[in-house]
Ligand binder design. Sequence first.
Ligand code: 4NP
Length: 150
Amino acid sequence: MKILMVCLGNICRSPLAEGIMQHKANELGLDWTVDSAGTGYWHVGDLPDNRSIAIARQYGVDITGQRARQFTAADFERFDKIFVMDTQNLRDVLRHAAGEAHWSKVELILNQVHPGENRSVPDPYYDDNGFDRVFRMLDEACEAFIRQQV
Ligand code: 4NP
């Protein structure tokens, strides 16, 4: 299974989602590839935000090997599943989609926990206290997904 996590900057939310899902897959001995990307270009090459690194570390997940990159249409071919963090990411990603085979790979990650509700993971960039809540939301969503696969 190859999974891509997508947010806007690829420095706060999707690096956490990548780290959490990869960590869970590794723990279960699953040979999964998990990556992340941003719809924006501003942070390409950057490490995850220090606040994401810190909260992940608190939960035993190391995301310091990650560097931000931008989402491209080629990602539709390289990944089986593309999880987006919010409804704006959903629109931005689907703008690059060519046909049903691409469309069907894309899903809001919180629909794993709240099916059909199309909830967004709040952007914690301007909220220092938002990172713990975001971590726990993503952990719950990743757990729900991986439990359906094993
Ligand atoms: P992310 O958060 O999409 O969760 O990585 C953001 C990080 C940076 C910016 C926006 C969102 N920014 O505009 O620089």
